[in-house]
Design a protein around this ligand. Structure first.
Ligand code: ADP
Ligand code: AMP
Length: 209
């Protein structure tokens, strides 16, 4: 399975990616996680990316395309992968097509998680992540257990989330017609409870829950 999860910030891509990848035994390739790791490690890439991320802007295409190209060459990606947060622009989607084509591969499906904008703000601002396990929680919808070591993402402050939502509309929403034209797009209601979203994703992919 070579799948793309598409949707605005807070739509539930990371939450679903963890469940699906656990079930299918394929890697979750999250450019957001990769960039945050680089930022934490203090690499040059991380320092440069942080400047964009902290302002809620997209990191330049060539940077993320390079990251994904390298990641897809790892042996664990041979059996399939789930892309979470990539591509985010049409040039990224075209570059992905090209680099898969070179390897004789193609994307099987693109699942769009749709959630109205007013819910997205609350989803992002109350998101917390356990820094030891990477597990994603929500202070209202999926409260963390006692003892979790919670992190609040620097870009999950209301002003930055607003900017990220604008970036989604300006840059990423164009991917919907792009994949629709390729007949790869499947839409799922992301406002359902997480386990129902998972079931719907499996259903639109023609798989048993
Ligand atoms: P994304 O990766 O698309 O930015 P996340 O998976 O990190 O989104 O989810 C954003 C926030 O919303 C998290 O706090 C998560 O716990 C919560 N969340 C995810 N899916 C749902 C859902 N179906 N219903 C309610 N809250 C959800
Ligand atoms: P995410 O974890 O997917 O919400 O991404 C967090 C931030 O990382 C984004 O707001 C961007 O600054 C950056 N980022 C992640 N993926 C990409 C991408 N595909 N293209 C450009 N910037 C990205």
């Amino acid at each position: 399975m070579r799948l793309i999860l598409l949707g605005p910030p807070g739509a539930g891509k990371g939450t679903q990616a963890k469940v699906l990848c656990g079930q299918w035994g394929i890697p979750q390739i999250s450019t957001g996680d990769m960039l945050r790791d680089a930022k934490k490690a203090g690499t040059l890439l991380g320092v440069q990316a942080a400047d964009y991320m902290n302002r809620g802007l997209l990191v330049p295409d060539d940077v993320v395309i390079g990251l994904v190209d390298e990641r897809l060459m790892q042996p664990d990606a041979l059996k399939g992968f789930l892309l979470d947060g990539f591509p985010r622009t049409v040039p990224q989607a075209e570059a992905l097509d090209d680099l898969l084509k070179k390897r004789g591969l193609a994307i099987d499906a693109v699942v769009q998680l749709s959630v109205p904008t007013d819910l997205l703000m609350e989803r992002a601002v109350l998101r917390r992540t356990d820094k030891r396990t990477g597990q994603i929680y929500h202070l209202k919808y999926n409260p963390p257990p006692l003892g979790a070591e919670l992190e609040h993402r620097a870009d999950d402050q209301p002003e930055t989330v607003r900017k990220r939502l604008d970036e989604y509309e300006a840059m990423t929403a164009a991917l919907l017609p792009f994949y629709e034209a390729k007949r790869l797009l499947r839409r799922v209601d992301g406002t359902l409870p997480p386990s129902d979203v998972t079931r719907e994703i499996l259903r639109v992919l023609g798989q048993q829950a």
